[in-house]
Write a protein that binds this ligand. Structure first.
Ligand SMILES: Cc1cc2nc3c(=O)[nH]c(=O)nc-3n(C[C@H](O)[C@H](O)[C@H](O)COP(=O)(O)OP(=O)(O)OC[C@H]3O[C@@H](n4cnc5c(N)ncnc54)[C@H](O)[C@@H]3O)c2cc1C
Length: 231
């Protein structure tokens, strides 16, 4: 869909056929297609969604906009010390893909725990995603940040540690992508170090970092800023 190799109508009719044949997951698939259509509807009617806060009152929110901040670098490089976030950011860098659940978690961590502007994340996803799509990406980021239409409320802060307990109970995902601290790291985890530029200065034999911002501190900081806003 992203590359225009199949049209949404073709995908929709295939989904409807699957639904009528009683195939499992068909309804969910159709709903996902509707999200994509919604994103395009938003871009068509409010093109500003790709470049600025859809709810303009969020312009007054004190996001960090400095991409060079070390917390932002840690987020991009998968060195936040939060395993779910780091695994997902490394998977993104190596494969260009990230599951929707992980996209929501890393976006929440950047915009809420690190209080950094969603546009930093939007640009990084645009650089890295193979399914990058200007409409879905903008909608996804603004949904996560709280500045979009139908957005998750800002006070809904995903806890990336409990999300790991819920969705990666046996740590298979985290272990697949994080090499540090492992005597026999997974091939995917090692492939990350082949993919990244040398000047990032990272090695699988480094210690795994302590959290740069813990889920509790990040949540607290985000909520204080949210409550202190005057809009
Ligand atoms: C912060 C953030 C950024 C995102 N950036 C992009 C992006 O650049 N490109 C992109 O295609 N999707 C983006 N998404 C939406 C979603 O994560 C992906 O579409 C989804 O992961 C695709 O999974 P899939 O290939 O298994 O598709 P399926 O789950 O099988 O869904 C079928 C199709 O429906 C569409 N779709 C599914 N979920 C969504 C959704 N939540 N929003 C809009 N369309 C959806 C996609 O076109 C997808 O190929 C983003 C989500 C978030 C939270």
């Amino acid at each position: 869909l992203t590359h225009g190799e199949i049209s949404p109508r073709t995908a929709w009719h295939a989904g409807m056929r699957a639904l009528h044949e009683g195939k499992r997951g068909a309804e969910t698939f159709l709903k996902e297609l509707v999200w994509r259509e919604f994103a395009y509807h938003l871009v068509y009617h409010t093109p500003r969604i790709t470049s600025g806060n859809w709810r303009e009152e969020w312009d007054a929110f004190p996001w960090n906009t400095d991409e060079r901040k070390k917390e932002v670098w840690a987020w991009k490089r998968g060195r936040t010390g939060i395993r779910f976030v780091d695994a997902a950011m490394r998977e993104l860098y190596v494969t260009g893909y990230m599951h929707n659940r992980a996209r929501m978690i890393v976006a929440s961590y950047l915009t809420k725990h690190l209080m950094s502007h969603w546009k930093i994340g939007l640009d990084w996803f645009a650089d890295c995603l193979v399914d990058w799509d200007p409409a879905s990406n903008a909608m996804g980021w603004q949904w996560s940040a709280g500045s979009g239409p139908d957005a998750t409320p800002y006070f809904r802060v995903f806890n990336p540690v409990s999300q790991l307990d819920k969705f990666d109970k046996d740590r298979a995902y985290a272990d697949r992508w994080i090499a540090e601290g492992k005597s026999n790291p997974a091939p995917e985890a090692l492939s990350y170090f082949d993919a990244i530029p040398e000047h990032w200065g990272m090695s699988p034999s480094d210690d795994y970092p302590e959290p740069i911002v813990t889920p509790e501190d990040g949540r607290e900081r985000a909520l204080v800023a949210y409550k202190g806003r005057d809009f």
